[in-house]
Design a protein around this ligand. Structure first.
Ligand SMILES: *[C@@H]1O[C@H](CO)[C@@H](O)[C@H](O)[C@H]1NC(C)=O
Ligand SMILES: *[C@@H]1O[C@H](CO)[C@@H](O)[C@H](O)[C@H]1NC(C)=O
Ligand SMILES: *[C@@H]1O[C@H](CO)[C@@H](O)[C@H](O)[C@H]1NC(C)=O
Ligand SMILES: *[C@@H]1O[C@H](CO)[C@@H](O)[C@H](O)[C@H]1NC(C)=O
Length: 407
């Protein structure tokens, strides 16, 4: 009897691992994943208020880990404000750091997720600073940060060396983080990323042609547009005149969600609607149906200085020279957070896993809805396992030559 039971247990265990039963996220990591999704919308909304800003691209889980770094270097209320921004007041310090580390390791695992996601982080300090050994060790362990001193007396070469580092860490995909730095007397966080998803079902490489993308009603640029008809989760919000489309990425662990108005318009109307609750509401109404998708091939590089935006969300002490206590970085109260550069290069093209040919010619693909992305839209990469938002952004102006206006 015992033998049979043991055999059954072994068999179950074997089946479990063969089916790839996934490791569950710890409760701290799950909490922080959820909180970083709230941060995503608040931060996006705050950035969208910037005047004359076109494309937006941020990775909320990476921002959360930059905040973790501030908590690691901070003391007293400078450190506790980080938890407030992350709505993680009840999370213990060690759980904050291990949870954020676990989350980022999980979502950026390129083998498990079939994405290319290079994430590099560096903390720059003025040449006078001495990084405390313990801080260097812990920030490397939890957040994979490098540390570097920089001499801003020669500003041009300082900026050049930051850009060179970013370019090198992204294999040249992100040649520039910033053209200039105005505050040169504090600690500076720099994130440089390259993200390239692999579609769950690819676009045919021949189904690409040049089309016009309407940046505004009177300004059009020429972009390579990919076309594919397939079965997708789709929702048309006829009250708000917009479409929501979800296109899974390979291994279906995450999905790219597009939110696009019917016609070309400035995105502020949509952005006013864009909350986490509204997104969940839309996602709850999605239905699988045939959609003829036309999507520009995209290669965008976007860099934001989040210092002011994080201050707007409540991180007021770390950024204030007179109040900041970041003495766990250097052992002295000599630093404040002067810049938070968050820069990413994103590319998507036709590549993905083979498409499901079994639906071709079937009734299911008849009368597809059209999703013709030839004007500005908002997009998110949402993780299915952790519910975190890997990226949120908007495409207002793709790269491309200006097309002659048709009269
Ligand atoms: C600051 O560093 C000391 C020494 O490593 C550590 O004991 C303390 O917990 C740190 N403070 C915070 C808020 O992390
Ligand atoms: C990434 O995922 C693979 C496959 O699921 C797993 O074997 C590996 O341990 C993961 N790597 C990390 C760093 O978690
Ligand atoms: C994704 O999967 C495809 C097909 O298995 C493979 O060719 C590609 O290299 C993978 N990409 C990454 C980043 O893992
Ligand atoms: C997300 O995960 C759920 C199960 O947790 C699954 O039913 C669903 O199909 C997944 N969604 C995508 C887009 O893979």
């Amino acid at each position: 009897m015992w033998v049979i039971k043991m055999a059954a247990l072994c068999l179950l265990a074997a089946l479990g691992s063969a089916a790839g039963v996934e490791k569950k996220l710890s409760s701290h990591a799950a909490t922080l994943a959820d909180n970083s999704a709230n941060l995503a919308f608040n931060l996006y909304q705050n950035i969208a208020k910037e005047k004359d800003l076109e494309n937006i691209l941020i990775s909320p889980v990476v921002v959360a880990s930059s905040l973790g770094l501030v908590a690691l270097g901070g003391k007293a209320s400078t450190a506790s404000q980080v938890k407030t921004v992350l709505s993680a007041g009840a999370v213990k310090d060690e759980h904050l750091h291990s949870g954020l580390a676990e989350l980022l390791t999980e979502v950026s695992n390129s083998t498990a997720r079939n994405v290319t996601w290079k994430i590099s982080g560096r903390l720059y300090g003025p040449s006078s600073v001495n990084f405390a050994e313990d801080f260097v060790k812990r920030s490397k362990k939890h957040y994979n940060y490098e540390h570097s001193k920089i001499n801003f007396r020669d500003k041009r070469s300082a900026v050049k060396s930051i850009n060179e580092w970013a370019s090198k860490s992204t294999d040249g995909k992100l040649p520039e983080v910033t053209k200039d730095v105005d505050k040169t007397d504090g600690a500076m966080i720099v994130n440089a990323m390259f993200f390239k998803p692999h579609w769950d079902q690819k676009f045919h490489h021949k189904m690409v042609d040049n089309r016009g993308f309407l940046v505004t009603r009177s300004f059009t640029v020429s972009v390579p547009m990919m076309h594919r008809t397939g079965l997708f989760q789709f929702h048309e919000d006829t009250t708000n005149n917009l479409y929501v489309l979800s296109m899974p990425l390979a291994h279906k662990k995450s999905t790219m969600i597009f939110i696009m108005p019917y016609h070309v318009e400035a995105l502020d109307r949509l952005e006013k609607l864009l909350t986490r609750k509204q997104l969940d509401n839309w996602l709850g109404k999605m239905e699988e149906r045939a959609v003829a998708v036309s999507l520009p091939k995209v290669s965008m590089e976007v860099s934001h200085n989040l210092q002011k935006h994080l201050a707007d969300l409540g991180l007021t002490e770390a950024v204030d020279k007179t109040k900041a206590d970041l003495s766990n970085i250097s052992g002295k109260k000599d630093l404040y957070l002067s810049n938070v550069f968050h820069a990413s290069a994103l590319e998507w093209d036709t590549e993905g896993n083979p498409f499901d040919t079994s639906v071709f010619g079937s009734e299911k693909l008849k009368n597809p809805k059209l999703f013709y992305a030839d004007h500005p839209f908002i997009f998110l990469v949402k993780d299915n396992k952790t519910n975190s938002i890997l990226f949120i952004g908007r495409l207002m102006r793709p790269k491309g030559d200006k097309m002659r206006d048709e009269l």
